[in-house]
Design a protein around this ligand. Sequence first.
Ligand SMILES: [Zn+2]
Length: 366
Amino acid sequence: MNYFMPTRLFTGEHCIAKNVDVLRGLGSSCLIITEKGAAEASGALADLKEALTSASITSQVFFGVRENPPVTVVAEAGRLAAELKVDFVVGLGGGSSQDAAKAAAVFASNPTLDEDAFYGFKWEVTPKPIVLVGTTSGTGSEVTKVSVLTDSKARKHSIHDDRLYATVSFGDPRHTHTCPKVTTLSCGVDILAHAVEAYFSRKADEISRAFSVRAVRLAFAPLTAAAAGETLDADQRKDLYEASILGGLAINTCGTCFPHNVGYYLTENYHVPHGYASAVFMPDMLELCRDQHPAYTQDFFDALGHTQQELVKLVTDAIGDLAITMDTQEIEAALPRWEGNGSVKNTLADVTTDDIRRILTDHFVA
Ligand SMILES: [Zn+2]
């Protein structure tokens, strides 16, 4: 087994106020990196500011994060943190804000870094301490060393580095209560994508499989309710949040498989929300794994207590129709990006270029 996750994690209602003392050790000032709207609507920003004030920590807010954060925006946030000479950075929000804050911490300590040096991990000074406050159930970024950003060529790239772990992460499920339906569903299927891809990763081990199975079991009922249009109660929101953390722990060990990487293409070119873009290919991955590793695949569904058909139905119901059509030329032009790709090679089943061509054709060619 191979397990490392050094973040101090607190979840539960009012977990920031109850545990703010842990932040005192990080210094007396911080920059909160977030996006306008959800930060305020969720109540997370108000709760965080109140807790920081009670701990005599001053804060300023950078509201410039947007979905699939560009590395240029992240660098801007980091350089602002450097200018303000803050002691630590806080990423408050869903995956975009959390991933932006992780990378901004690098620029906060290395403000002259350019994009190549950033992606080349030429970080001379250790990144500033990172604190994360989650407001969606999906990313699991609270407990991973991963940051996914959009580069200057409009490509999504994930970077992995032990220096990107948060020192402290907070997950108060109350902050997810105001998530609109589309966010609940798209982030919710991302939980399933993380847990299932981790299970069918070549790096899966006993610890990661335990996280994967429990994540899907916990998320299954609330997501089924959300996909049916029901409003989730506090207990269902708590289950989804905890499932997202477990999914994060699973991918933190295992990395993701081809569905996440092929999904990046849908997000870059068709603006499909990240969770939908990844989970839409889960049924295809399960079929390949069922064909090539039938006993291992059946073990997973036995542990889940749900069948493959039930899981696929949940995912497809939650995603609905993506309304994307492609022609064969477009698919041929896209295919080279997955040759030798790490996430493709990480998939337990062998996945060829022909497989990806067939999968994209089945989904999107009329
Ligand atoms: Zn994801």
